[in-house]
Design a protein around this ligand. Sequence first.
Ligand code: HEC
Length: 134
Amino acid sequence: MKAVLVGITLLAFAGITGLGYAGGPSMKDLNVSQPERDVLSGRVIFSTICIRCHGVDGKGGGQLKFTPPVADLTSPAIQGKLDAKLFKSVHDGKQNTAMGAWREALTDDEIWDVLAYVRTLAPEQAGGMGSGLR
Ligand code: HEC
């Protein structure tokens, strides 16, 4: 827990000082100071590719069913994950699940855009989690 707090503090600090741009690859991986993302483009990607499994509202009510089941993208379990973690899941896929790797089909920018859209699927009452990438 302490490590998490330190991480959050570091992220906040780097965000304020703009260190994200000056820092090395590790800072970049932390996804500090992401530029504005194109939620609209993310939405198009989502409704072209991801909707089949994740459903129109991201809750997993798509046409296709799997074991393990499709993740509910609106749930605290998913929305509570950091951007870098979600990026990795989409980029590399999740082993032994139907969630494939999208790094060949989508550019990094497109993955960030679709994640920005996924963030908008969070319920508003979940502490403002619907307000973009974190
Ligand atoms: C073939 C079905 C399928 C498609 C298409 C699909 N997903 Fe998934 N997705 C899954 C399943 C199944 C899981 C749950 C994996 C698990 O059990 O950890 C999942 C999990 C996820 C998660 C949670 C990852 C985590 O860290 O737990 C995210 C985010 C996600 N998908 C985003 C997307 C996005 C964005 C797209 C479109 C580019 C997409 N998915 C396309 C089936 C799919």
